[in-house]
Design a binder for this molecule. Structure first.
Ligand code: ADP
Length: 259
């Protein structure tokens, strides 16, 4: 329990730092991209210089992608939540996920037939599933099964420890039978820029983005992995109760930042 608290405080601190840096950095990038584009337009179209200006513009685009990831991790993304059925959101993105994992990997879904109403931003939850699918693909290499299941958890005060005394949660469990990960990786997986992949292959932002989005939805994510066997992630979202529309008023800290 104490370890969990320490971990969440650490993530909070990293999130604030990352969010602050990313926000300022983004402003600087906008200036660089602006000047690079002006140069591009002023230069003779077929010379070497225009190619260099294009390279600057391309590099700033890549950097902007990274800062976008950091902003997502630090929960500074604007959010447009709707009351939706969790299973439906999974179904909407299924075809896309099949393309992410590729032909060698099978996608299996086991969705609870009952509806699981939750307040979510569907675009952001799709992003979560896409990031998880991309990692599962990388972990499985030569084929395997990527499974998405949904369920309902009624926490009665005894389990799991992070749930409120009478909380009801819609749960989504995403698992693969890939190479799994060691304890150190399981512990650090949500830290921004933590990656075990080769330089150029991983940014270490995928799971940080997942973490930020789940937090922004007032949810929880847990990882369970065994080297050589596979990995599963359980994500818990508070069930939307008709009378408790938790996102009816946009919370002040979810407003997009000015400036
Ligand atoms: P990246 O994929 O760019 O490395 P992520 O934040 O998405 O960054 O993941 C961080 C690390 O967590 C990965 O480098 C990998 O070691 C580990 N990881 C994530 N998902 C899985 C998985 N499904 N199976 C095994 N390892 C995983």
């Amino acid at each position: 329990m104490e370890e969990q608290l320490r971990q969440s405080q650490k993530m909070e601190a990293v999130g604030q730092l990352a969010g602050g840096v990313a926000h300022d950095f983004n402003n600087i990038l906008t200036v660089i991209a602006g000047y690079a584009n002006m140069l591009r337009m002023d230069l003779p179209p077929h010379g070497n210089e225009v190619r260099l200006a294009e390279q600057i513009a391309l590099a700033t685009e890549k950097a902007a992608e990274l800062t976008k990831g950091l902003l997502a991790f630090s929960r500074k993304q604007p959010m447009a939540p709707q009351k939706l059925d969790l299973g439906e959101v999974v179904q909407r993105v299924e075809n896309f996920l099949v393309r992410v994992i590729g032909e060698d990997i099978q996608l299996k879904t086991r969705l609870l037939p009952d509806s699981l109403p939750v307040w979510i931003d569907p675009g952001q939850i799709e992003q979560v599933l896409i990031n998880l699918a991309a990692n599962a693909r990388d972990a499985m290499g030569n084929g395997g099964t990527f499974t998405i299941a949904t369920g309902l958890l009624e926490a009665d005060g005894s389990l799991p420890s992070f749930c409120g005394p009478n909380g009801r949660y819609a749960v989504i469990i995403v698992s693969d039978n890939g190479k799994g990960m060691d304890a150190e990786t399981s512990k650090r997986i949500f830290e921004p820029f933590y990656t075990t992949k080769e330089v150029g292959k991983g940014t270490g932002l995928g799971m940080a983005i997942v973490y930020g989005i789940v937090q922004q939805h007032k949810g929880y994510i847990a990882v369970n992995s065994k080297p050589g066997e596979g990995t599963s992630f359980s994500i818990y979202f508070p069930l939307a109760e008709d009378e408790v529309e938790m996102y009816r008023e946009p919370a002040a800290d979810l407003e997009p930042e000015q400036g």
